[in-house]
Design a protein around this ligand. Structure first.
Ligand code: PLP
Length: 388
């Protein structure tokens, strides 16, 4: 095949995602997988039944409409109104995607030109780096630093250049659990308006905020017309394998994102779309119960990690806890995570791979707590073997 590398230059260096690598390690070693963020129990039985019913009744078994089935688009618009008082037209301002992952890809591929700069928090969810690279754009990291992981707004201001096209936000933030507060959102919104920037905001953990509340940036003055908000059923309803996500934005932005989306998957998950429409309409007690359940799990794992000797950064949201391994006399999170299975039968994710600045997150390790209580207790007991 000649000397030319098969993988194109834009994707060189991206390799296999850390989640695949660590999940494979968990399977190979029979370890408890607190690496990848997927629950070990499925979402509500009646929602699973709704998907089965849709398949049996022949709803969604053939290509659904490109923007998503009308029932789901209406349910998404209702959800935005019910939780945030945001009005979106289900026909022109909502787009259903193959998970938030496709929404992120389609938004970045649609909105970026080669050479555009995208400011994103680091540590960043790994698909951001890949999609910015695929668009030929440049990632400009705003480093979130321990222990609070709050964005430095002066630093953010200083990162904006004439080439900045887009702010890529993620709140609640994976992996740190940081949740942007109203004042931070006001400042970010003002900056976006001042420099006429687009905002793509990944809000997949919107229903997992343990302190304060989730505030969508699209609700702020001047933001609705420049914001692409992304969310997903995977996290909120514990059906990560269904891959039903969505975008809410102005008609112009939705049209742009849809243009890219239609050539990525065209459509996806027909019957699951009917089930997710029902899920979004679950009563408030579902959402409150989901949050309370995960809060209890957070506290369970948090206590276990502290007793084991980790420095623990308590998350305000998401289902991840970031820790620091320095108390064990260790500094390299990646090396630590590779040996963790043989040392104590647990798998975690090194945050260091989510930073451009190799020093910023070198000793940080992320654990997920979206697992059954007994699994978390077992993992906590195993981690005590580290002898920190
Ligand atoms: C911040 C963030 N965005 C997007 C996703 C992907 O969502 P989906 O499974 O709906 O594609 C995840 C999944 O872990 C995530 O943590």
């Amino acid at each position: 095949m000649g000397a030319r590398p098969l993988l194109n230059r834009r994707l060189a260096g991206l390799g296999t995602t850390i989640f695949a690598e660590m999940s494979a390690l968990a399977t190979a070693t029979g370890s408890i997988n607190l690496g990848q963020g997927f629950p070990d129990t499925d979402g509500p039985a009646e929602i699973a039944e709704a998907a089965v019913r849709a398949i049996r009744e022949g709803r969604g078994n053939q290509y659904p409409p490109g923007p998503g089935i009308p029932e789901l688009r209406s349910a998404i618009a209702e959800h935005q109104q019910r939780f945030y008082g945001l009005a979106y037209d289900p026909d022109t301002e909502v787009l259903v995607t193959a998970g938030a992952t496709e929404a992120i890809a389609a938004a970045l591929l649609a909105l970026l030109e080669p050479g555009d700069e995208v400011i994103a928090f680091e540590p960043f969810y790994d698909s951001y780096a890949a999609c910015i690279a695929m668009a030929g754009a440049k990632r400009v990291p705003l480093t979130l630093r321990a222990p609070s992981f709050r964005p430095d707004l002066d630093e953010l201001r200083a990162l904006v250049t004439p080439a900045t096209r887009l702010l890529l936000l993620n709140s609640p933030h994976n992996p740190t659990g940081m949740v942007l507060g109203p004042e931070e959102l006001d400042a970010i919104a003002a900056l976006a308006v001042e420099h006429d920037l687009l905002v793509v905001t990944d809000e997949v953990y919107e229903h997992l905020v343990f302190e304060g509340a989730h505030h969508p940036i699209a609700a702020l003055p001047g933001m609705r017309e420049r914001t692409v908000a992304i969310s997903s059923a995977g996290k909120t309803f514990s059906f990560t394998g269904w891959k039903v996500g969505w975008v809410t934005a102005s008609p112009e932005l939705v049209a742009a994102v849809r243009t890219a989306k239609q050539y990525l998957t065209y459509v996806s998950a027909g019957p699951f779309q009917y089930a997710v429409a029902e899920a979004l309409r679950l009563p408030d007690s579902y959402y409150a119960g989901f949050r309370a359940d995960l809060l209890r799990k957070r506290d369970l794992l948090d206590a276990g990690l502290r007793t084991a000797g980790f420095e623990v950064y308590e998350p305000q949201g998401t289902y991840f806890i970031t820790t620091d391994i320095t108390p064990f006399g260790e500094k390299d999170a990646y090396a630590f995570c590779r040996t963790l299975p043989e040392r104590c039968g647990v798998v975690a994710i090194p945050n260091s791979v989510f930073y451009d600045d190799p020093d910023a997150g070198r000793s940080q390790v992320r654990f997920t707590f979206c697992k059954r209580d007994e699994v978390l207790r077992d993992a906590a007991a195993r981690l005590q073997r580290l002898g920190g």
